[in-house]
Ligand binder design. Structure first.
Ligand code: 13P
Ligand code: SF4
Length: 339
């Protein structure tokens, strides 16, 4: 096994949350440290409103990876989940990549351990391994091409028709791709705990109550949700759709923190969060994304940890399928927001 993968944790003498002076203004202190350390803060749309507002760039997983690749700051603070920080390190290895919380995992990454994925590949030696970006650096390093929800369909179209495909780790996105492409795809049985919990029954009730509302959904949702959707796409594509649409009301079947950008950019439109099995929208919040806080961003900049460190071999091997993704996504423009 070549892969050496580490998140360097804060040391025993480093400042921790209990010791932060309660009188300081964290946003101001983060800004000072950001300048002092020549740092760039990248945030996913599922981060809290306050984190999105202080970030230099907010985006979906694909745009964020491209932003990380061209970042010229010395330090990248990645506010998302751990695999996103790993991607930043893989595509721009000379930078220091900090993540506010080393435990910010993802149920998809957890469902797909490298040893098990290696066996899966061995069982299907003729298959081309198309792997969703929501996985560890090790799983990436033994994949043929990485995709995100914004480019998976486009990349599948470019693969030779005579090659059967393995798709891991999200079975709902995989099923959606089978429907769209008609390809022979063997699926890994993983799922997102956030998108899987949306209830079809509650969605139908919401649609009856808001009969003019359009439904938008992330392809990590189950088929029972996707079949009602007027638009299916990545977080960025959902945002673009609601902004461009003439409709006034939308039911949002993805993590609700994205509504922050929707409200900022379209304050007169109405956004309704799709509900879970228990009739509540609380379980739609990603518990991994929610681990990041302003105090942890402040601390990681101060302590230079948690910090992503990957071995040279792992960096090189995981870059190959990511580079393949970038090469096959040449016609997509990087969106710009703040910077
Ligand atoms: P996006 O590619 O839309 O950013 O999705 C990432 C993610 O984790 C969805 O749950
Ligand atoms: Fe992973 Fe789902 Fe959270 Fe996205 S929303 S990071 S797929 S658990």
């Amino acid at each position: 096994m070549f892969a050496v993968k580490t998140v360097v944790l804060p040391g025993p003498d480093d400042l921790n949350e209990d010791k932060i002076d309660p009188m300081i203004d964290l946003s101001v202190e983060i800004d000072l440290l950001r300048r002092k350390r020549n740092a760039m803060i990248l945030a996913h749309y599922y981060q809290s409103e306050e984190i999105q507002d202080l970030a230099d760039f907010v985006g979906d997983s694909f745009d964020l990876s491209r932003r990380a690749m061209v970042a010229d700051a010395e330090v990248i603070v990645f506010c998302g989940v751990r695999f996103m920080g790993e991607v930043a390190k893989i595509v721009n290895p000379s930078k220091t990549v900090l993540i506010p919380d080393a435990d910010a995992s993802c149920s998809l990454e957890e469902s797909c351990r490298p040893e098990a994925f290696r066996l899966f590949r061995k069982k299907h030696p003729d298959h081309f391994a198309v792997t969703y970006i929501n996985c560890s650096a090790e799983v990436k390093s033994i994949s043929d091409v990485i995709v995100t929800s914004s480019n998976a369909e486009m990349i599948l179209k470019q693969l030779p028709m005579n090659r059967p495909i393995l798709f891991a780790p999200d079975r709902h996105l995989g099923n959606y791709l089978i429907k769209k492409s008609g390809r022979d795809i063997t699926l890994w049985p993983g799922s997102c705990i956030v998108h899987e919990q949306f209830s079809e029954r509650e969605l139908v009730k919401l649609r009856i109550r808001h009969e003019r509302a359009l439904i938008v959904a992330h392809p990590e949702c189950s088929e029972g949700i996707l079949k009602y959707a007027d638009h299916i796409g990545s977080t960025k594509s959902i945002l673009d759709y609601v902004l461009a649409s003439k409709a006034h009301e939308f039911i949002i079947a993805t993590e609700p923190h994205i509504i922050h950008q929707m409200r900022k950019m379209a304050p007169n439109k109405v956004f309704i969060i799709a509900l879970g099995m228990n009739g509540s929208c609380d379980c739609a919040k990603c518990p991994f994304m929610e681990k990041n806080t302003l105090s942890k961003i402040y601390l990681c900049l101060l302590n230079n940890a948690p910090r992503i460190e990957l071995s040279e071999d792992l960096l090189q091997d995981a870059l190959k399928p990511l580079q393949c993704m970038f090469d096959m996504s040449v016609n997509t423009n990087v969106s710009s927001n703040k910077s």
